[in-house]
Design a protein around this ligand. Structure first.
Ligand SMILES: Nc1ncnc2c1ncn2[C@@H]1O[C@H](COP(=O)(O)OP(=O)(O)OP(=O)(O)O)[C@@H](O)[C@H]1O
Length: 354
């Protein structure tokens, strides 16, 4: 069942430098219980997309157009009190920096209990019991005695686990995780990602995982959307994206996935940076950085199409790319080949599951 459907979402910021279109005509959907990855470099519009879902875009930002259907109801048309009840109850969010999500003056346990009392109407004892269970479930050792600890008494990894416990305390249908492991070391990151995946399976929670790291996506996502300069450039299952990427930007991102034992020459990391969104390049926004760009790429904006047929109307959500190669406009075509050698995160994941 489709849980979330975003249609033609456009979000702009009215800054002194000009109008910044941070999210430009974006559409995607998330099914109940699935893990959906949103990938792109800094400034791609990933966080603005997530904040839009919670209707938390603040001045000078404005949601210009589009629909955000959650269980078929448009979040953008809900009253403030309806949105508040969706937020925290049905859609929960965890951020990169756990510290900002935790209030330093209350104990960790008390904060989670308060969320449970507020959202679920539990009494004090029941809320406390559920909090201890959740802290234990997310891997806080000796949860009962850590209940009264303050955030600063927790390590970074434990703080993020506590934030996950808080987000899951009300059993949301959708968990939005915005770079949840970026601030953590690699070992803790792997553990937290496993935890998010286990919990999502156990509670049947859908996850929108926002990251700049395709390796993170390969580990826990089922479907992926790659964003560039506020627009989707590729959508695919994680297997298709990893073994058969269609957009040159995706290929560039792939080269940054570290693979131990990988002896081959990596595809070059993409030179340059994301454009300033006040002044997005005409045509394909990626063309100034693209090794395959031709003259038409600076003129024509590539539509998101089914890469097999070039058809925009049949561009399935599951497989689409926005590159003029797939509309037949490129003369020389794309000349990349992806070979996966060494340690393969997707294979590794299957082995873990056994
Ligand atoms: N409050 C704001 N005022 C003005 N512009 C903003 C504001 N918030 C976001 N933007 C614009 O939207 C763009 C996209 O921001 P967003 O935070 O969604 O990117 P991101 O992909 O999540 O990157 P990051 O990984 O750095 O969070 C920014 O580059 C900026 O131009």
């Amino acid at each position: 069942m489709t849980l979330l459907e975003v249609n033609d979402l456009t979000v702009s910021f009215y800054t002194e430098e000009g109008v910044v279109t941070a999210v430009d005509d974006l559409s995607y959907r998330i099914e109940s219980g699935e893990t959906f990855g949103v990938v792109g470099e800094s400034g791609a519009g990933k966080s603005v997309t997530a904040l839009s879902l919670m209707r938390l875009i603040e001045e000078p930002g404005r949601i210009e157009s589009g629909e955000i259907l959650f269980r078929g109801e448009d979040i953008l048309k809900m009253s403030e009190s309806e949105v508040r009840s969706v937020r925290g109850n049905e859609i929960a969010m965890i951020f990169q920096d756990a510290q900002t999500a935790l209030n330093p003056v209350y104990s960790v346990g008390e904060q989670i209990s308060e969320a449970i009392r507020h959202h679920l109407g539990y009494d004090d004892d029941a809320a406390r019991d559920r909090t201890v269970q959740l802290l234990d479930r997310v891997g806080i050792p000796d949860a009962e005695s850590r209940y009264g600890d303050y955030p600063h008494e927790f390590s970074g990894g434990m703080q993020q686990r506590a934030v996950i416990a808080m987000a899951l305390s009300c059993d949301p249908a959708l968990l939005i995780a915005d770079e949840p492991t970026t601030a953590l070391d690699v070992t803790t990151e792997a553990k937290i990602l496993d935890q998010i995946q286990d919990l999502a399976d156990e509670f049947d929670t859908a996850v929108q995982l926002i990251t700049h790291d395709l390796g993170v996506v390969a580990k826990i996502c089922e479907r992926v959307m790659v964003m560039y300069a506020g627009r989707p450039v590729e959508k695919a299952s994680v297997e298709d994206l990893y073994y058969d990427p269609k957009h040159p930007y995706t290929v560039g991102l792939m080269s940054s996935i570290p693979r131990i034992g990988d002896e081959r020459d990596r595809l070059q990391t993409i030179p340059g940076t994301m454009p300033d969104l006040v002044d997005v390049p005409p045509g394909c926004a990626f063309h100034p950085r693209c090794p395959y760009a031709e003259e038409c790429c600076a003129r024509k904006r590539p539509p998101l199409v089914d890469p097999e047929t070039g058809d925009a109307s049949t561009a399935a959500d599951d497989r689409a790319a926005a590159c003029l190669e797939y509309t037949g406009d490129l003369e020389n075509g794309l000349d990349f080949e992806v070979t996966v050698e060494g340690e393969d995160p997707l294979v590794e994941e299957e082995q873990d599951a056994r």
